[in-house]
Design a protein around this ligand. Structure first.
Ligand code: COA
Length: 228
């Protein structure tokens, strides 16, 4: 794919962010802002029921399995194991080539830490948090993520997580489009700025926080919660 095509598909700002984060180390500077959406399990259940998934293998990967480690790698999931051990990882593969996982997505429960940005979300028992969605480039744009998200949402509901949230950076066009399409609506916003070890975290809407600043992003992050 040409650079121009990549820029068009990802969006210019999203491409700049990816490049910037590759060049500038996290300990030096980070900025991120994202809209928080609450997904609509009803809409996603309709999507799941309307699709024929018989050509695909959709799985919630087992804890401690090799498949789980592979899914972490595929989805660029670098959330520390210590803070995400109970999270659910969902994967999708073509039934004809089950070893070739096409994509994955994660659902955090209990808490979710953005170590580089100095905040941690604390969830109630019925809340979950979608993160690290990824579909291999050659499989993108073919409805793979639609299958994955609807499967994951259904599984979360069955497990008792009735509220499913996700944060999306506004410049990520594809992610905004799909999550907004299957959301009840935008419920808030999180913005974080890091300079060396000083982090400032701002939030609005249904997202609350215990303070704004921290000088220890890893060991003493700003605590966020979602009011539903
Ligand atoms: C975002 C991502 C997971 C979507 O996966 P996908 O399998 O290509 O998505 P789907 O084919 O299921 O498409 C779902 C919908 O999004 C739309 N869509 C997909 N790519 C799009 C793009 N670049 N721009 C606008 N809409 C897009 C599709 O048209 C489809 O809409 P429809 O339901 O109205 O037909 C994938 O593009 C990806 O891995 N991106 C890189 C990582 C990333 O940004 N992850 C999200 C971080 S939160």
């Amino acid at each position: 794919m040409s650079v121009i095509q990549k820029l068009k598909e990802r969006g210019l700002l999203h491409s700049i962010e990816i490049l910037f984060n590759r060049i500038v180390p996290a300990w030096l500077f980070r900025f991120s802002t994202g809209n928080v959406f609450e997904l609509d399990p009803q809409k996603l259940a309709e999507v799941l029921n309307a699709m024929d998934n018989s050509d695909f293998i959709l799985t919630c990967v087992e804890q401690g399995s090799q498949a789980r480690d592979q899914l972490r790698t595929l989805t660029w999931n670098s959330v520390p194991m210590e803070t995400s051990a109970n999270d659910f990882g969902y994967s999708i593969a073509d039934r004809g080539t089950p070893e070739d996982v096409l994509g994955g997505v994660w659902a955090g429960i209990e808490s979710f830490q953005e170590a580089d940005l100095g905040f941690q979300l604390q969830f109630a028992d019925h809340q979950s948090w979608i993160y690290c969605a990824y579909v291999k480039q050659q499989a993108q744009g073919k409805g793979v993520y639609k299958r994955l998200l609807s499967f994951g949402s259904n599984d979360l509901i069955e497990k008792g997580y009735q509220r499913i949230y996700v944060v999306i950076q506004p410049w990520n066009k594809a992610s905004t489009y799909i999550h907004q399409k299957y959301a009840k609506g935008k419920i808030g916003k999180i913005t974080a700025l890091r300079l060396f070890s000083l982090c400032a975290v701002f939030c609005s809407g249904a997202v609350g926080k215990d303070r704004t600043l921290t000088g220890n992003p890893l060991s003493n992050p700003v605590q966020l919660h979602i009011r539903d």
